[in-house]
Design a protein around this ligand. Structure first.
Ligand code: PHE
Ligand code: FE
Length: 260
């Protein structure tokens, strides 16, 4: 890669590293018993998260050895085809800037805390790493088929806001949740949101909120289920979706399996 944009890890200030540490300590308290084992294992194996904003070069060493993923620094949101092309090559695009101290609870755009703390631990997991790469390939295809709005919902309700069933009840793996203190509690403990068993077509029909906590979460049984459900060619699914109506973000259908 000859990308000229780089992290410039040496240029972070002490204050910026302190913001990272505050965010990590807050989340570690909240995520014990709420995040899934795979996420917590990824955090433990990356092992560089508690000291301050991680140096992407150090993360690359762990990730590369574990699953062959690497991180590519980007200045902010990148065009869809660039984003998917990176994922398809097992490169995760990450922003470098960190939110200000008065933005600990909410930021409308991804920052390095969301991108790295939220996403990278799951990339240590082989099945999830394969899923993300396949998603990138599928994204390029969906773009060509005019169906990206349907595929984007799958990313939203799995990679960003996914829950996974365990013997002890649902646990979090979605990066948008694990990087939010409030939503980490809300998604599991608040009576308002619906927690619905994952169904691929149901998810791709469901609109989502970008300005508030989610009204519905979709719960997978395990990552193998997610990977298998998304393995087929989506071309016929997209054709079928064109004739199906969207579902509102908080709606419940008669056929939904709503979890307690
Ligand atoms: N199998 C999907 C397709 O053919 C690609 C995909 C894989 C999409 C994994 C999402 C997740 O389009
Ligand atoms: Fe994200």
């Amino acid at each position: 890669m000859t990308d000229s944009f780089r992290q410039h890890w040496d240029a972070y200030t002490a204050e910026e590293h302190a913001i990272w540490r505050t965010l990590v300590h807050r989340q570690e308290e909240v995520l014990n018993g709420r995040a899934c084992a795979e996420f917590l294992d990824g955090i433990a194996r990356l092992g560089v998260c508690a000291d301050g904003i991680p140096d992407f070069r150090r993360l690359d060493e762990v990730l590369g050895a574990a699953t062959g993923w690497s991180i590519v620094a980007v200045p902010g949101l990148v065009p869809d085809e660039v984003f998917f092309a990176h994922l398809a090559e097992r490169r995760f695009p990450s922003t470098c800037f960190i939110r200000r101290a008065d933005q600990l609870d909410y930021l409308s755009e991804p920052d390095v805390f969301h991108d790295i703390f939220g996403h990278v631990p799951m990339l240590v997991n082989p099945v999830f790493g394969d899923y993300m790469q396949a998603y990138g390939q599928g994204g390029l295809k969906a773009l060509g088929l005019g169906s990206l709005h349907h595929l984007a919902r799958l990313y939203w309700y799995t990679v960003e806001f996914g829950l996974i069933a365990t013997g002890d009840g649902p646990r979090i793996y979605g990066s948008g949740i694990v990087s939010s203190k409030g939503e980490s509690v809300y998604c599991l403990e608040d009576p308002r949101p619906k927690r619905v068993a994952f169904d691929l077509m149901r998810v791709m029909r469901t609109r989502y909120r970008i300005d508030d906590y989610q009204e519905s979460y979709f719960v997978i049984d395990d990552f193998a289920q997610l990977f298998e459900a998304t393995r087929p060619d989506f071309t016929p699914y997209y054709a079928a979706l064109k004739a199906l109506t969207d579902i509102g973000p908080g709606a419940v259908l008669p056929e939904d399996r709503v979890l307690a």
